[in-house]
Design a binder for this molecule. Structure first.
Ligand code: SF4
Length: 62
């Protein structure tokens, strides 16, 4: 599974690293990135949770 953050949509709320810090982190620009790809199978659930928890649907997992 690949996780991606659409930086044009991300508002930098910080929720995704809180939910799944093994996959997502905040960058110096104040926006999130998915820094581990492909997502290891044992982290797929938390990556999906982060995607579901994003208030602006900026995270795409597939
Ligand atoms: S949860 Fe969404 S809006 Fe918030 S930092 Fe992550 S990608 Fe950006």
């Amino acid at each position: 599974m690949i996780a991606a953050v659409d930086k044009n949509t991300c508002i930098g709320c910080g929720a995704c690293p809180d939910i799944c810090g093994d996959i997502f982190k905040m960058e110096d620009d104040g926006l999130a990135i998915a820094y581990v790809n492909p997502v290891p199978s044992e982290l797929e659930d938390c990556a999906k949770e982060a995607a579901d928890g994003c208030p602006v649907d900026a995270i795409h997992v597939n």
